[in-house]
Design a protein around this ligand. Sequence first.
Ligand code: HEM
Length: 201
Amino acid sequence: MVSKLKHGKGERSFTHYFVNKHLYSPKNYGAKMFVLSILLVIHILSAVIWLGFFPIEIIMRRKITKLTTKNDTQSETVILRSLISDYLQLNGLTGKIGLIGILLTGVLLTSFSPYYSFFDFTANHWLVTKQMVMIIILIIVGTVYMSSARKLRSSLSMNEKFITEEDVYLVKKFGWVSFAVHILVLINFLLAITHRFLSHS
Ligand code: HEM
């Protein structure tokens, strides 16, 4: 089936046509709205988990920077190493939950909702911007974020006793990439919660 069909107001995709015809029949309307609400709750929770780590990340990075300038004793080095590995682990975990949760539910919400569509530049500008920002996030995560995390992990495992200059450089690099991703997630969060007050579309 060709992906564009005419039905109701203007042209919409086949998915929209199918979803509106079958999912929004009065018979199942209540159940469908319930599923959409669950998806929205998971979507928001994923965003909260992803963003919840942002302030924790700032505090952890400050501690790491402080310790890197004075990791003279063996015990300070041990603390620094475990702090860096906790930072990496928590960052990866909250990032994975946030990214997968938001992406899956965002795509389902957009496909199943009668009001929204993908990359529709004529309406819902907040949603198009969110989708484009999400593409930028995916590119950053798929390229720099994952490779810096991998390099940092392997650099740490190469030397068990010291924190090298290379480790310090990689922590800083990873920290800035993660900071940039969190800022983009924050922009999307703000776009999502303010859209009903700022636009009429
Ligand atoms: C980092 C990325 C994202 C964040 C932080 C985010 C956050 C949110 C939040 C907090 C809401 C609830 C807004 C409200 O109801 O007041 C929301 C709603 C929604 N989001 Fe996202 N979102 C993100 C990405 C996406 C993507 C990529 C899509 C689509 C592919 C998407 C589709 C939607 C849809 C359709 C709604 C429902 C809006 C409504 O019915 O009012 N989101 N998002």
